[in-house]
Design a binder for this molecule. Sequence first.
Ligand SMILES: NC(=O)c1ccc[n+]([C@@H]2O[C@H](COP(=O)([O-])OP(=O)(O)OC[C@H]3O[C@@H](n4cnc5c(N)ncnc54)[C@H](OP(=O)(O)O)[C@@H]3O)[C@@H](O)[C@H]2O)c1
Length: 507
Amino acid sequence: MSTASPAPSRPQPVGPALMVIFGGAGDLARRKLLPALVNLRADGLLGDAFGVLATATRPLDDASYRNDMAQAVRGHLGGDLDAEAWSWLERRLHYERGDLTDDGLYDRLARRIDALDRELRTAGNVLFYLAIPPSLFAPTVARLAARGLFDESGGHFRRVIVEKPFGRDLESARALNRSLAACLAESQIWRIDHYLGKETVQNILAFRFANGIFEPIWNRRYVDHVQISVSETVGIGHRARYYEEAGALRDMVPNHLFQLLGYVALEPPVSFEADAVRDEKGKVFSAIVPIDPEDVLACTVRGQYGPGTMPDGERVPGYREEPGVDPQSSTETFVALRLAIDNWRWAGVPFYLRTGKRLAERASEIVVEFRRVPFMMFRSTPVDHLGPNRLTLRIQPSEGISLHFGAKVPGPALRLGGVDMDFCYRDHFGEEPATGYETLLYDALRGDATLFQRADNVEKAWAVVQPILDVWQALPPRDFPNYAAGSRGPAAADELLAREGRRWRTR
Ligand SMILES: NC(=O)c1ccc[n+]([C@@H]2O[C@H](COP(=O)([O-])OP(=O)(O)OC[C@H]3O[C@@H](n4cnc5c(N)ncnc54)[C@H](OP(=O)(O)O)[C@@H]3O)[C@@H](O)[C@H]2O)c1
């Protein structure tokens, strides 16, 4: 492929702000948030008037926190660490120890925010980041509000980033939204889904709406069906407590998979303003045909991995043998479902979603499979076995886009073969060190909410999933474990598509 066209003018560094990280010593902060800030600085996207105030329960002060984080950030960025950017950030790291259930902590935080604001000239702007257990989201926000820390009357911003999970079902999602709305304006609530920080996800919109050639065929007339797969090779690691409560459906579907679905299926927004895009995404969720409880078992597949061998030869235990997991657990580690979107563009086009742990390969991708040609004039050749055209948007591990089509194999006989035209981000644009949080933090700091979730859309997504949760709970699985670790998932997931003459696309 030829080289990229000249880049448009470089993005500007974000203005003054203090970032207050609740759970600032936890896994998310050390693995993602601080490394992302270093990368933003290295890219010239963080201005000088910036600082971080971290808070957690462990006994640290500014100096020991900086030390601790230096190791963490070095460990995660390794050779990609920009030493200058790190030493810039390190000087701006501050720590306040305390328990979030203690009102005294908020007085201390308020004082430090004021002091740091003066010292670092952050203009009163504060981005609060809730990197804490979900049970603490609502009480922490309530205490911050009571302390007056969300007041924007001085013309500065006060924003709160909330990490998923946004509830564990429709009712709790509504309750969380109500408690956040009692303390904050919707414009102050930034619900983050790190999937939307990935280049390919953002590129779905660019791909669809910046190119004249795809949009005309992006509809029921040309698209046979869409597959959205997020398969992981990892198990549940040390997250048994969380995962036992959540399961694959809650953990992945109403958030990550629905975001991908939304971007693939939405109508062209009138602009790339946050609400224009989020309105269109919401319309897609509203148009998803509610699954009748009687149809749940026919439209969905749940699975749980048993022991098995991963493709690299590693023997791994089954889910029920993982530390911290109930040996009788009926928590699903795999889910596949078929959804229908009842609107002008997509009526009759199935959307198949699947995600699971301990699968044979790590791959997140969207496959748009097009209808076959109406008449196969190569009938007498083996080409009638040729697959349909497919457009694959790869999100991980290697971000890119490929188009599968048939071409004549060179030679005197007319033989066709399937070929791929492939675009790989890394090959074309080179690789930038990234955690996936850079874009999202940058956007939150500059006030662009396009990639963040809005309350109504969160509830719409849960509304689609709720009948599945209800039926699954009422009818516990009888065949778990039903797939071996290292396999492609339960056979029933293949049958879900085979019944309709289709199959999952794998590389
Ligand atoms: N890790 C990820 O990659 C990831 C990805 C997506 C979403 N999330 C979400 O991000 C949030 C944080 O996850 P995590 O993995 O970073 O968890 P974690 O490693 O357990 O960190 C939790 C942090 O919260 C602090 N904390 C807990 N209870 C507290 C209390 N009562 N008062 C003050 N601080 C308290 C802990 O303080 P100490 O440090 O003192 O123990 C710790 O710093 C969760 O909501 C999770 O669902 C995480």
